[in-house]
Structure formats: structure tokens, C-alpha cells
Design a protein around this ligand. Sequence first.
Ligand code: NAD
Length: 344
Amino acid sequence: KTNKSTILITGGAGFIGANFIPYFMKKHPDYTIINLDKLTYAGNLLHLTEVSDSPNYHFIHGDITDEQLVTTIFNRYDIGGVIHFAAESHVDRSIEDANHFIQTNVLGTMVLLQIAKNDWQRKRQLQHRRFHHISTDEVYGSLGEKGKFTETTPYNPRNPYSASKAGANMLVKSFGYTYGMDVVVTSSSNNYGPKQHDEKLIPTIIRKALKGEAIPIYGDGSNIRDWLYVSDHCGALDLVFHHGKSLEKYNIGGSNEQTNIAIAKKVCHILDELTPESKRENGLSSHGELITYTKDRPGHDQRYAVDDQKIRTELGWKPVEDFHTGLQKTIKWYIRQWAKSKVH
Ligand code: NAD
């Protein structure tokens, strides 16, 4: 094996990581993957069963803020690159308590950067091994009706989660400027797809609808997000990790802006078609009747949208999943998943 082929992936048991690892291992069968994950409430190893028996996959249960552990990993394996997903990721939880967000998202990123920098510097590989930080469009703040975030939009985070991610992005870039480390940052819009934690918007809509319970939508449902199918995100990450320019940021979007209420209605409509029995059992003519407006989230950003021309023109990427088929696949995955967990 060349020393470039052992990749440390952090947070690989989370939503995007657990989609990315099987994708990445299939695309690069010669790579060895070290997945370091703390298995917080958001991590689930059952989402990685398709790779867990591979001799090229190693799981390490631990915390990215644990300097001793991260040092041991760098001593034991010749880490040729880092793809850093691990984070506390739920905005509502950050509003309740920002502590874990700063610990993991900011301090954890610093620990990884520092240990990778020291190891690669010692090996004279600082410019040849890449540190890729997975970030979010939320760092840019909130938009009015018009305009999109570009890579040069100044950061203006407005909740503790996005502030912690903006801080981490800046630290990553600073290691590039200060030490000449090869770093890249990608900021993607909202992902959807299989393996997302039940607490997030789309899984919540599906779960509540199938149980015949009220589907909570914040405020008047007019907040807009751009939605990206998770496998399109994985393709973009693979491209940036291998071909993106060092010290650059890349925005990754779905070209798919939707209000929260439109999402709820679309999901309900697909459920009406896929599971007419759940509609009947709950005495509904459509699952959409369950949509209920609730008190808005404090500081709720009105609209996010990213301009992703840069990754499209520089690296030839574009999202391919259609929103309707992406939602259908996602909903079918959750229905199968929950049916399995009822059986066991
Ligand atoms: P997630 O919450 O589903 O998963 C996070 C993973 O990180 C979990 O497996 C968790 O156990 C692990 N983790 C948390 N703290 C850790 C720690 N201290 N040490 C080691 N592991 C730890 O998150 P996700 O949705 O998969 O997001 C992954 C990354 O992508 C995050 O950095 C997030 O900010 C970013 N992102 C997510 C979205 C989205 O829509 N989900 C959009 C843009 C960017």
C-alpha cells in the first residue's frame, strides 16, 4: 500500500458518514478506512454493516477531542488523509446547550488538525496529505428572498451550531496559511436520504405521519432550505478530496430550494401513494391533514441557498438525483427500517 491509501474518517457512523464510507470504499477498493466515531445518540454502526466485514475497514470507538487516542491512531497507522465529518449537528440541541458543540466541533477539530499537522510535518508530508473538513452553508447566515451564498460570502453564523462550524472552518484554513498544510473545506446545503437520525425534519415528518400524530412545522412553514440528496453530496466530497485545490472552499448545493411546508406536503403525498393503509388506519383522507404549525425556532434563519458554480466548473460536478425520486427512496428506506425494528 502507498502511504496515501489509509484515510481517517471521523464521524463515519453518522448520517452522511455512513452513506459516504460504503460509497468511498466501493470507488476506491485499495483504500483502508479508519472510522473514528464516539457513537453519540447520532451514530449508528448498523448503518455500516455493508462494510464492517471488509479487511479494509476498521472502526475505532472514541472521541476526536481525546488527544491521546488520536495520537495513538496516527502512530499506529500511516494516515494519508483525513475526512472530518464528526460533529454535533442538530441546531435545536445547540440552542438548548452549546457546550458539546464547542467541545466537538471546535476543540475536536483543533485536536485533529494539530496531531495531523505534527505527524505529517515529521514525515515531510504536510503538503501532500489532505485534511478535508465537512461543513455547512449555515455558516453564511440567512438570506432574504434573493441571492445565494458564494464561497466569498463572509461568515455570519446565527446559532451556536453554525457558529461552531464557522469557527472550525476558520481553524482549518488557518492551519493551511500558517503551516502550509493541505486543507480544503466544503459547505453543503441540507442533506436528505437514508440513514438520517429520526429527529431531523424529513424523518420526523415520515414518522409522525405513519403514526397518525401531528406533524410539527415551525412558524408558518415558509423557511427555505436547499435540499441535496446524500449520495450526490458523497460524489462531491470524493471529487474535492481528490481534486479540489488546497486552501479552497467549495459550496455544494442541490439547486433545489423548498419551503418547509412544501417538503411536508410532498412527503405526505408520497406516503398517501406508498402506504394508503396507514391513511385508512388513522382515519385520514390524506397524511397532509396531520400538518400542524408550532412556535417558531428562536433565531430561525429564513432562507439558505448556495451558489455552487465553482465545484461545477472546476471539478465538473452536478447533483443528479431528482427530488421526487430522492424522497421516494428515502421514505421507502425508513418504512423498511422501522418495519425491521418492529420485528426484532
Ligand atoms: P450526524 O449528527 O448524523 O453524525 C455525526 C457523527 O459524529 C455521529 O456518528 C457521532 O457519533 C459522531 N460524533 C459526534 N461527536 C463526536 C466526537 N466528539 N468524536 C467522535 N465522533 C463524534 O451528522 P451528519 O448529518 O452526518 O453530518 C456530518 C457532518 O456534515 C457534520 O460535520 C455536519 O456539520 C456536516 N453537514 C451536515 C449537513 C446535513 O444536512 N446533515 C449539511 C451540511 C453539513
